[in-house]
Design a protein around this ligand. Structure first.
Ligand SMILES: Nc1ncnc2c1ncn2[C@@H]1O[C@H](COP(=O)(O)OP(=O)(O)OP(=O)(O)O)[C@@H](O)[C@H]1O
Length: 309
């Protein structure tokens, strides 16, 4: 798969001196869906706005389809569709004119057959002659997507596409995104909803305080979720893990009062039986045992908390 978007060491410092992006590097391949997860103020919108040329980066480079977003702005921007967080539509305009106008802004020749295709894909075709003000909130969000797709972009950015929408509409949006991916569009979306990233993304990026903490295949994260931890509470605290238990890669927690063992639930052997036998052999006495499974949410919260420390 070829790279379609490249972000290198991107720094964004606002006029008041605040550094919203602290050297972000990211590579996106054609046809993938990347979800950017992050708490409020993490820098997600700043990243998208800088890539789309709405705000200017302070340093670093961004290329879209090989075009530098500064030196080759028009070519790069033409390849991008942006669905903003806020609904910014003309209330008296009709749906079809809204998307026609948007296409025209990019200097694309009139192509009503293409516009019909996207309006049908977004279940908006029967509303094409309605005024924006006559549409529901969910339909307006779809018009924003239609607008962003009107000039046939190859990369679509969705900034919190489902913020504040109900569960049903959220699922609809997920289907729309899956449909766009199937038609070959590369999609980058920001979200606060971990289940959203889990449902639709190929890769997940976690951003906090202007830094990209991780970008990983969702499947790999799922594998991490497959990990469980066994906490072995001890009757007496230890200063260190005994050498005889080194192979289990245990972590000493609770001020030396417990050992933490991480294992893969899908592995043929978890190693628990051997571990418990070896703990007894080492002369340690256990007071309790508990297991816990790490979820994507745990991983996310843990990463963000680590970064804040
Ligand atoms: N024009 C601006 N001038 C100064 N600081 C700004 C400006 N725009 C954004 N910021 C700051 O940059 C940081 C990142 O903001 P950004 O909107 O990119 O975050 P976000 O991850 O999209 O957050 P949210 O999830 O709340 O939308 C915030 O601390 C914000 O206050």
């Amino acid at each position: 798969m070829s790279e379609i978007l490249s972000v290198r060491d991107l720094v964004k410092r606002y006029d008041d001196g605040f550094e919203a992006l602290k050297g972000v590097t990211l590579s996106i391949v054609q046809g993938e869906i990347l979800a950017l997860l992050g708490p409020n103020g993490a820098g997600k919108t700043t990243l998208i706005s800088t890539i789309c040329g709405i705000t200017e980066g302070t340093s670093g480079t961004v290329t879209v389809g090989g075009h530098d977003i500064v030196k080759g702005y028009r070519e790069a921007r033409r390849m991008i569709g942006l669905v903003p967080q806020e609904i910014n539509l003309e209330p008296f305009e009709r749906v079809i004119n809204t998307v026609r106008f948007s296409r025209g802004l990019f200097g694309k020749p009139k192509d009503d057959a293409y516009l019909e295709k996207i309006l049908r894909q977004l279940s908006l075709w029967d509303k094409k002659d309605n005024r924006i003000m006559e549409l529901s909130g969910g339909m307006k969000r779809r018009v924003l997507i239609a607008k962003a797709l009107s000039h046939e972009p190859e990369v679509l950015f969705l900034d919190e596409p489902t913020a504040g929408v109900d569960v049903e509409l959220r699922k609809d949006m997920w289907e729309i995104v899956a449909g766009l991916k199937a038609s070959g569009t590369t999609i980058i979306l920001t979200t606060h909803y971990i289940e959203e990233a889990e449902a639709i993304a190929d890769r997940i990026g976690v951003i906090a305080k202007g830094e990209l903490l991780l970008v990983e295949e969702k499947q790999a994260l799922m594998t991490r979720m497959g990990q469980k931890q066994l906490q072995i509470d001890l009757s007496a605290p230890l200063d260190g893990v005994p050498d005889s238990l080194a192979k289990y890669e245990l972590e000493l927690v609770r001020d030396g009062n417990a050992l933490l063992y991480t294992y893969d639930t899908r592995a043929e052997r978890t190693g628990i039986t051997g571990l418990l036998a070896d703990i007894a052999k080492a002369g340690l006495s256990m007071s309790d045992l508990q297991t816990k499974q790490s979820s994507l949410e745990d991983i996310f919260v843990g990463l963000v908390a680590e970064d804040a420390a």
